[in-house]
Design a protein around this ligand. Structure first.
Ligand SMILES: [Zn+2]
Length: 365
């Protein structure tokens, strides 16, 4: 992807480079970290962006022409770029920061994102999966083992992530996950679950879900769309309520201004007083108008944001049979899993587990 030389605000797709970008996203989903991705690209003799630009006559002052190798930082930057899903990101100008020579990464609140300004080369679902993976970078345990579910399990009470507890070999205890807040005495329950148990639960659920999708694709699409609508309705309810209140106030102000005008005609109000009051009411109307428009834009935008059944349908087609929970399967299927605390019902211990899938969330099938 490069900036159009005829219009610097426009992005054009460079086919050769976009193949590399897609490959980087694919490698990340397959569980490779940024260093491994960089090594892989170097092994395949693929040119890094700066060097590529020089050799393709796209030099600009930002190109680092001396660098002929991929670094983890370059890979990381590519995986973060919203431009690949068709958005334009603008830095809100900050004169203080601009004067400083030292580069500081921008915080999200300093960025303005304009969606769908140009053709995308990475679809939004893939981008979200990658962001999710990168937000929960997994740390190696002392033994060098990386639990597949690290960073994917959350506490139902406090919302914090569950930590992996790796027992010392000599105790022969099974590995388990536990609420990170509980260990800091901030959550009431442990929410503990054995690694082997939760892996078995997730594998069984993925199998159940994929076989349902395979055999009842139309019903699955309908279910996702129904569920999506009900979730959407929840989000829209508040916005609609605020629109109603703001519209009512707007109308009320109309009649207040009208009365004001009549008072002035009858000589009950001086010109100066009239001007002052009507100006302040009109100002209020103006800001109400802006707010109503903002809310309506939000409502329209949310309406387009239906959950997407197609991501999972494609995934189900990709994996003909799933017999084992691998890193790749976890990353591609699972958004997060919410773990409730064990409770005893009629003398039987039960533990609720809510599985959220990428693309469709937590949906009863
Ligand atoms: Zn907790």
């Amino acid at each position: 992807m490069a900036i159009d030389p005829n219009d610097k605000h426009k992005w054009i797709i460079d086919d050769e480079a976009s193949v590399v970008v897609k490959e980087i996203f694919r490698l990340c989903i397959n569980g490779l970290g940024v260093s491994k991705i960089a090594n892989e690209l170097n092994n395949r003799n693929i040119m890094p962006p700066g060097y590529y630009k020089i050799t393709h006559g796209q030099w600009n002052k930002d190109s680092d022409y001396s660098n002929t190798k991929w670094s983890p930082a370059i890979v990381s930057e590519i995986l973060n770029r919203q431009e690949y899903i068709g958005n334009t990101v603008i830095f809100k100008p900050d004169p203080y920061k601009r004067n400083k020579r030292k580069f500081k990464p921008m915080k999200p609140e300093e960025l303005k994102i304009i969606e769908n300004t140009h053709e995308a080369i990475i679809d939004k679902d893939t981008f979200d999966v990658v962001s999710n993976i990168r937000a929960h970078k997994r740390k190696n345990t002392k033994l060098g083992y990386v639990p597949k579910l690290a960073g994917k399990l959350y506490c139902s009470d406090c919302g914090e992530v569950l930590y992996y507890v790796c027992p010392r070999e000599k105790y022969h205890n099974p590995a388990y996950f536990v609420c990170s807040s509980y260990r800091k005495h901030r959550c009431e329950h442990t929410h503990a679950i054995r690694e082997a148990d939760i892996e078995a639960i997730i594998l069984a659920d993925i199998k159940r879900m994929t076989s349902f999708v395979k055999n009842n694709e139309d019903e699955f699409v309908a279910k996702v769309s129904d569920y999506s609508k009900s979730e959407l309705n929840k989000a829209l309810k508040n916005a609609t309520k605020e629109i109603d209140t703001a519209t009512a106030r707007y109308k009320k102000l109309d009649s207040i201004i009208q009365n004001l005008y009549e008072d002035k005609l009858e000589g009950n109000l001086t010109d100066e007083r009239f001007n002052k009051l009507s100006e302040s009411y009109e100002q209020e109307q103006k800001s109400l108008e802006t707010r109503i428009k903002e809310l309506q834009d939000f409502v329209n935008k949310e309406n387009e944001k239906y959950l997407n059944a197609s991501y999972l349908i494609n995934l189900v087609k990709k994996y003909i049979e799933i017999n084992e929970l691998t890193d790749e399967i976890v990353q591609e299927f699972i958004q997060k899993v919410v773990i409730h605390h064990k409770v005893k019902i009629d003398g039987v211990k039960t533990q609720q587990v809510d599985i959220y899938y990428n693309g469709i969330g937590h949906i009863e099938i």
